[in-house]
Design a binder for this molecule. Sequence first.
Ligand code: DQQ
Length: 578
Amino acid sequence: MEFLRKSSLCAFLFMLFFCSNEANSSHEEFRRLQSSSSKLLKNLFRTEYHFQPPKHWINDPTGLMNYNGIYHLFYQYNPKGAVWGNIVWAHSVSIDMINWINLEPAIYPSEVFDKYGTWSGSTTILPGNKPVILYTGIVDDNQTQVQNYAIPANLSDPFLRKWIKPDNNPLIVADESINKTKFRDPTTAWLGQDGRWRMVVGSLRKNERGLAIMYRSKDFMKWTKAQHPLHSSAKTGNWECVDFFPVSLENTDGLDTSFKGEKIKHVLKVSLDVTRFDYYTIGTYDTKRDRYIPDDTMIDGWHGLRLDYGNFYASRTFYDPMKNRRVLWGWTNESDVFPEDSIKKGWSGIQAIPRKLWIDPSGKHLVQWPIEELEMLRKEKVELRNYELNKGENVEVQGITPAQVDVEVTFSFSSLENAEEFDPSWVDLYAQDVCAIRGSTVQGGLGPFGLLTLSSENLEEYTPVFFRVFKTQDKYKVLMCSDASRSSVRNHEKMYKPSFAGYVETNLTDKRLSLRSLIDHSVVESFGDGGKTCITSRVYPALAIYGDTHLFAFNNGTETVKIETLDAWNMAKSEKWI
Ligand code: DQQ
């Protein structure tokens, strides 16, 4: 068995090293790669508790909803191959968002208004408990985009298997002011005080201005473009998968998208096609002018806040009335970079673990945490208490199989005195660049400390998830990194091994920092300081696989840090019924 695993790995490495490849890019169809696959690579990097269909390509989660107690996850899916193309709305249902039943696709190209593609959208539940899907249809080979709708064929089917596309589609076509090949992904609609529905469609204007074009409707059928977009921002490029929703300033409960009331803020999330990351601002929705105004402290664009500082794109939220929460789903693409890698695996892409999302009491950022249902997969547990990690020390977390675990750790320290100076020349750099410069091995003062995930026994490969604390004038700056640069001994100049990172908004008054990582074979999804900063890395270890995987806590700072608590659980596989 062991021999088999090693020989498969050798063949795998051989093929990776000797194939000539081309980099993936969005919306490009790799026609010659649509159907072949290799059994060899099928399972090596498959996740066990993340959402992933048995085979082929997936991208955006779309049209999420809970309808009569059943969660519906639709997602962009290629039924013919492991690269992007032939996109349909695949459909799965669940009662807990962890275990899933796969159904037949809900929407697929079939009519003149979507013959060339059924792209992302949303669902809205209309009065009378009637769900409606809004989605983008592609009508020609030039990728001309229109907005369509679909409704369930039979509302008494609890799974809503069949969807009808009525003849009055498309509902919206681009007028001459709109770039019709950059006009997509309608949001969930919300009801204004005037009784009209509103929704927005992402787009691009001249000079790289991204925008959310707003439409209004009395009856959900006839939509009129508003004079002004809900919001736009220069030099951000095309906006995809826009999401717009209210959050409560009073507690962590979610709010329905149409919620009106006091003590709320609004969030505008945009997926920026140029960088392929998801950014958000928090602000005020001026309902009189029908405009969204980001708060002064917010940065609109590439230097702004991100939902996740790693591999996480085209995310969407929905209001979950079952638990009165807002839930976020995001797509985490492969980063083995080459379409040929996916062909050999026979699959590509996973969905991140769904996260409850709310606003931090400071109002400065959002907070995310894996939905509580995930905890039902926790099995054998190991723990560490009050363990002091001195400079240069590693401690192994033993007694679990760390290729597939959920680990939560709280570090504390007695002083901030030793925090290293933040180099002023880094001010304009992205956090990711600072992480690439300092990393997990350059000795610091307070930090780097954290976890070495998906490590091989002798640390030939590992993905460290860690904090470094910096001093800047009278303040402290906490950098959180998930660094894939040493994640695999496989080496290729084009391999994507980013040092993903974000800053954590904390004043460190209690001298503690916590970290949770969901490790699942080829994904490490991490939540810093209770979910203030989140980072997802996709990695492809060659040695740290299955039973040969190790997990360590480490400290490479001069200041001793204490592991106050560390709890790690083996995770069961989630159930997927085909
Ligand atoms: N993916 C969809 C588009 C969307 C993009 C196509 C984002 O609707 O803009 O599969 O990943």
